[in-house]
Design a protein around this ligand. Structure first.
Ligand SMILES: [Zn+2]
Length: 595
């Protein structure tokens, strides 16, 4: 595909910028951001929520309807935390790994690939996450926020970070709107080093919730300031656009040239800021700044701020496609994690580190199974590295969990193509014919998903960058079929994908629901809320028939998520059973405090 050949800054812009295509790239209208790719345009009123009052925040009727007391459901799981049969082992280091959108179904996909795919790339056909399940505690975790059933990444990460119930889309605040200390902040108070690593943006909901306190996840400029003030020792991710002055959007301006110079010419920078603060200049007083993997590799001690993309980092498939290429300047999630461990472990008091595989969720929102598998493998690489680092230590607890499930994904059996008939021996069959009546999915499907050449997002970015007269069903079919072979769509499929329908959920001025027409979805249209991304969802549903894959939504589900905890049993036992996300936060804070 041509896109792979574009110069890096353009490629980055295409892949990483969800709001605008950059100068130097072909024009087009890229997809809307999904919930987890949210841009800073949709703000709540600028007032922060009350920091000391007991009033509920302005909220949905569901929030108002619930009394402002601690969730009764949370107290149900409290006894689990109080079971301290063994004397606690002093824990120096806590490492939390979050697969965003990695529900049990997604883990099922990873485990199926590991064990069943004929070409499985995993050593001993075992994922690192499965290794941890064999050696640590496994629990199930409810994720709901205060006053609702389904959680978004901001509220969920806030609950993981603080141990307190949060309202939807809040960052670092409890359901009353009060700022609450996060596990990262408690670690800092205890003299430990702290780190945040994500393959999205450092100001994105999940990392933000550990080091910022803001009323809404979309306030990424304010979140950047909070993170900086929190003096987190290691910050590695994307999201340069929230750190540089608004003036860089004028490419003739001294500010633009200054940022190009500061970042070593690696970026065609843009800004999402509403002011001319240059947080890079402010950060430089305390931090080493790095913008590519070579510079990161040379860092020998913290604090370090590494921003490797204008917005989100490369997706796992694009990253794989760029391996060995001079244009591959972004570090991998595993490389960032490795450097974080190297730097943070220099503190004799220990550290807290959060690592996020954030794009599992993005692929889930797009109903892109091949993309999701590759993201799961990318996270698994980071987990393997952490596992190897923590092996044999008695002072470290590693937790692997998810904030929620995304997509209501599953492998499922179907009416065809049916398996070929055969004959079986054995005392039961004795040479009788054997032919199951349904298609229970062939293992080769897993290799085909792993081998997907481009994510749906990449395909539609390229499609939208075409001249309008070239954006035809035929061209879309070609691009899709090149990306997903041996799966394929027909010209009729491509025509359907490009068909539009009235937006029955139209809300004037809404960041996501504000267009009067949307791509056609054959059913469940209420759950496809990200505008043009609906084309990817329809594509995912069409291909699903060949992949034995089903999707139930373009958003999140409330499926309980797994928690796997690895470390000394005296410290990990508190993370067993059936928990709520807040129990993880409380448990981590207790470990950090030496309780
Ligand atoms: Zn999401």
């Amino acid at each position: 595909m041509k896109l792979a050949l574009l110069r890096r800054s353009c490629l980055l812009s295409l892949v990483a910028t969800w709001g605008l295509l950059q100068v130097g790239c072909e024009k087009g209208s890229p997809s809307l951001p999904t919930e987890n790719q949210a841009v800073a345009d949709s703000r709540l009123p600028s007032n922060k929520l009350p920091s000391n009052g007991k009033e509920l925040p302005p909220a949905t009727p569901a929030v108002v309807a619930v009394e402002a007391t601690e969730s009764p459901i949370v107290s149900v799981s409290k006894p689990v935390l109080e079971q301290k049969a063994l004397p606690p082992k002093k824990i120096r280091n806590v490492i939390l790994i979050i697969g965003d959108g990695m529900g049990p179904q997604q883990l099922g996909m990873l485990f199926a690939y590991a064990h069943l795919a004929p070409g499985s790339v995993l050593p001993d056909r075992t994922s690192a996450i499965e290794l941890l399940t064999q050696q640590g505690e496994v629990a199930l975790v409810r994720t709901e926020p205060y006053g609702a059933v389904v959680v978004d990444s901001a509220a969920s990460a806030t609950q993981l970070a603080t141990g307190e119930m949060a309202g939807s889309e809040m960052i670092g605040a409890n359901y009353l709107g009060e700022s609450v200390p996060t596990v990262l902040e408690v670690a800092k108070q205890m003299g430990k080093s702290t780190g945040l690593v994500s393959d999205t943006r450092i100001t994105h909901a999940t990392p933000a919730a550990f080091a910022a306190h803001q009323p809404h996840r979309s306030m990424e400029n304010e979140i950047a300031s909070d993170i900086l003030e929190n003096q987190v020792d290691v910050l590695l991710s994307g999201g340069l656009r929230n750190w540089v002055p608004q003036a860089v959007n004028d490419k003739e301006s001294p500010a633009y040239l200054a940022v190009v110079h500061m970042t070593g010419g690696l970026f065609d920078p843009t800004s999402k800021r509403q002011d001319n603060r240059n947080l890079l200049v402010e950060a430089r007083q305390n931090y080493q700044l790095v913008f590519d993997r070579t510079a990161l590799a040379e860092v020998k001690e913290g604090p370090v701020l590494g921003l490797f993309a204008d917005s989100g980092m490369l997706d796992a498939i694009d990253e794989r496609n760029l391996q060995g290429d001079d244009n591959h300047t972004e570090p991998t999630l595993a490389e960032m994690t490795s450097k974080a461990l190297e730097l943070l472990s220099q503190n004799p008091e220990g550290f807290f580190l959060m690592v996020e595989g954030g794009q599992i969720d993005w692929c889930g929102h797009n109903n892109d199974a091949g993309c999701m598998l590759n993201e799961l493998l990318r996270l698994d690489d980071a987990v393997r590295l952490v596992h190897q680092w923590a092996q044999g230590r008695d002072d470290t607890v590693v937790l692997v969990t998810a904030d929620h499930e995304t997509g209501s994904f599953g492998f499922s059996y179907s009416g065809g193509p049916l398996p070929e008939p055969g004959t079986l021996g054995g005392d039961v069959f004795q040479g009788a014919p054997y032919q199951p009546k349904f298609n229970f999915a062939m293992a080769e499907v897993l290799d085909h998903l792993h081998g997907q050449k481009y994510s749906f997002n990449h395909v539609f970015m390229e499609f939208d960058a075409l001249d309008e007269r070239e954006r035809t069903a035929d061209r879309l079919m070609q691009l899709v079929n090149e990306a997903v072979a041996p799966f394929s769509i027909t010209l009729d499929d491509a025509t359907e994908i490009l068909t539009r329908m009235p937006n029955r959920q139209y809300v004037p001025g809404h960041a996501y629901l504000g267009t009067k027409t949307v791509p056609k979805m054959p059913d469940q249209a209420s759950f496809y809320v990200y505008g043009e991304n609906g084309r990817m969802n329809y594509l995912g549903h069409i291909l699903g028939a060949q992949q034995n894959v089903v999707w139930g939504t373009g958003t999140h589900t409330n499926t309980p998520v797994p928690l796997i905890t690895y470390g000394p049993p005296s410290a990990t036992h508190r993370f067993s059973g059936f928990l709520h996300a807040t129990d993880i936060g409380k448990g981590m804070i207790a470990l950090i405090r030496g309780e």
